[in-house]
Design a protein around this ligand. Structure first.
Ligand code: ZN
Length: 295
């Protein structure tokens, strides 16, 4: 008798687990966060292309907006009900609001907060998407490669892992248990993201050859982005939030003597080399705050 009750209970539990999984697979309230940088947008090869006073800037901000739209269309096709687009480049005022798909909200300008390119992310989101991303500082055959600040930073590592912006931002998303499921940008950043995150869909829009780049056509890129974003969001269970183990040890290699000296006074920061600062904390958000203030 007891065995029968036990078996019955087990079947009920299994039935409950499998139905709740079935529900989570076809989510009814899919919330998507899209962080859009500019150096990794199709066609961009020079700082002038991504600077307000550059002759082709107005052109490339349109392409940037269209690549954001391609991701939004993919998200909508997968059933997204809420989409936040974070303009993450330079002034954070590049995406053209009128041209952006009206189903998304646009976060413009810098708040002064430490989440920076991930401003607006929280635990209510289901997935993160990166558009227009570029490789980390020091990457060979990469386009406009840098990590957060091309003027000040040589390298950023946490727990011995050298990180591109995609890695830093994936850690912030991971803190809120949100996985990064897709990245579009140059080939080098797609490879770096795959190496760090593992399961992630990518669209390499261009391949660096020294300082030059071989580009796909913008239309081809947009089609690929829509298709891959949709595919990723329909298979959300494949992807895991990106996390490292605490305590977190941030090592920052800077380019400027004065800056190294000045930032060594950030509470908890230590100068650990001629051009190097180290900061350690068990709380990832404290590390991100420190990073934001130390460069
Ligand atoms: Zn940028």
């Amino acid at each position: 008798m007891e065995a029968i009750v036990k078996n019955l209970l087990t079947s009920i539990i299994i039935l409950f687990i499998s139905t709740s999984h079935a529900f989570s697979q076809g989510k009814t309230d899919l919330k998507v966060f899209i962080s859009v940088d500019m150096e990794g947008i199709t066609g961009v090869v020079n700082w002038e292309d991504v600077s307000r006073d550059g002759k082709d800037y107005e052109y490339f901000r349109k392409i940037m907006t269209k690549e954001a739209n391609a991701a939004i269309e993919g998200a909508l096709a997968a059933g997204a009900t809420e989409i936040l687009v974070r303009d993450s480049h330079g002034s954070a005022r590049n995406i053209l609001p009128e041209m952006l798909n009206s189903n998304a909200k646009l976060l413009r300008d810098w708040s002064g907060g430490f989440k920076s390119m991930m401003e607006g992310i929280d635990k209510t989101f289901d997935a993160v998407i990166f558009i227009g991303y570029h490789a980390k500082a020091g990457t060979p055959n990469a386009i406009l490669e840098h990590t957060m600040s091309s003027r000040n930073i040589t390298d950023v590592s946490i727990n011995g892992i050298s990180l591109p912006e995609a890695g830093i931002n994936a850690l912030i998303a991971g803190y809120y248990n949100v996985p990064v499921v897709f990245i579009a940008g140059e080939l080098a950043v797609c490879q770096q993201a795959k190496k760090l995150i593992g399961e992630i869909e990518t669209v390499a829009v261009k391949e660096g050859i020294g300082n030059a780049a071989l580009n796909l056509h913008p239309e081809v890129v947009r089609e690929k982005i829509t298709e891959e974003v949709k595919k990723a969001l329909l298979n959300l269970r494949k992807y895991k939030p990106y996390k490292l183990n605490p305590p977190y040890k941030l090592v920052l290699k800077l380019k400027n003597e004065e800056l190294v000296h000045e930032k060594s006074f950030y509470p908890g920061a230590k100068r650990t080399g001629d051009w190097e600062l180290t900061y350690e904390n068990r709380d990832l958000l404290e590390v991100m705050k420190a990073f934001n203030r130390m460069h």
